[in-house]
Design a protein around this ligand. Structure first.
Ligand SMILES: *Cc1c(COP(=O)(O)O)cnc(C)c1O
Length: 224
């Protein structure tokens, strides 16, 4: 298994490298390995291979893995929709980054609890840039306003940028459109301190990087 993981990781890193230098050799892309289809053993192996940042999309699983792999110096990202009854638990875990801040309501709930605990939390605003029913995230045409509103009203949240999931379609042009739209929003938020544009998963990360992504979240291409 270790050799397979090494091969997968090398291939993904190589592809990221090709995509990023095709834009600009100064464009740095961060890789977050998404362990949701895999187990702790494999996460540990990946750590031994040099990977440091990991993502999960359920609080329960995030908690288990953070606890069980506590001795490793890992960075943990929360990627999935956060239900309001999981707010406390997530805050206790102190993840490196909550990438799925997807409403003002959630921002307010988090901020309130963070005030009580005198704690801060780094977040990305999730944008539903393909405008799909099945996905959470704020609407693209409201994203800038909402970002600024959260920045003003939720001082415990450190907004660091945006996240989107590419359009769930075959047509690459449609996927590209959703990435370009998200990147445009990211660009206009740079004055508000946005530095992270999280786009791209196993099937579309090279395209996402070419559209300006500087953080990719990859699960199946690494762990399968
Ligand atoms: C599962 C998941 C990923 C990784 O998906 P793959 O297609 O397996 O790379 C990335 N981001 C989010 C939000 C996810 O839920």
């Amino acid at each position: 298994m270790k050799e397979q993981l090494r091969k997968n990781l090398d291939e993904v890193i190589w592809n990221i490298e090709q995509a990023r230098v095709s834009i600009n050799e100064h464009h740095i892309v961060k890789l977050v390995a998404v362990g949701k289809y895999s187990d702790e053993e494999n996460i540990k192996t990946l750590y031994e291979l040099g990977q440091r940042a990991f993502g999960e999309n359920q609080v329960q699983q995030l908690q288990q893995r953070m606890q069980n792999l506590d001795e490793l110096p890992l960075e943990w990202h929360m990627l999935g929709h956060l239900q309001s009854n999981k707010v406390n638990k997530l805050i206790e875990l102190r993840p490196t980054l909550l990438q799925s801040l997807d409403s003002i309501k959630l921002a307010n709930a988090l901020n309130k609890k963070l005030v009580e605990k005198n704690q801060k939390l780094s977040c990305l605003l999730q944008i539903n840039s393909a405008n799909e029913e099945s996905k959470s995230g704020v609407k693209a045409d409201e994203a800038v306003d909402i970002y600024q509103q959260i920045k003003e009203t939720c001082p415990q949240l450190k907004l660091k940028g945006v996240m989107c999931i590419g359009a769930y379609v075959e047509d690459e042009k449609e996927i590209q459109k959703s990435f370009e739209l998200t990147h445009k929003i990211f660009d206009s938020l740079k004055y508000d301190g946005a530095t992270i544009c999280s786009m791209g998963m196993s099937n579309d990360y090279e395209l996402a990087i070419k559209c300006g992504s500087n953080l990719v979240r990859i699960g199946s291409k690494i762990f399968n």
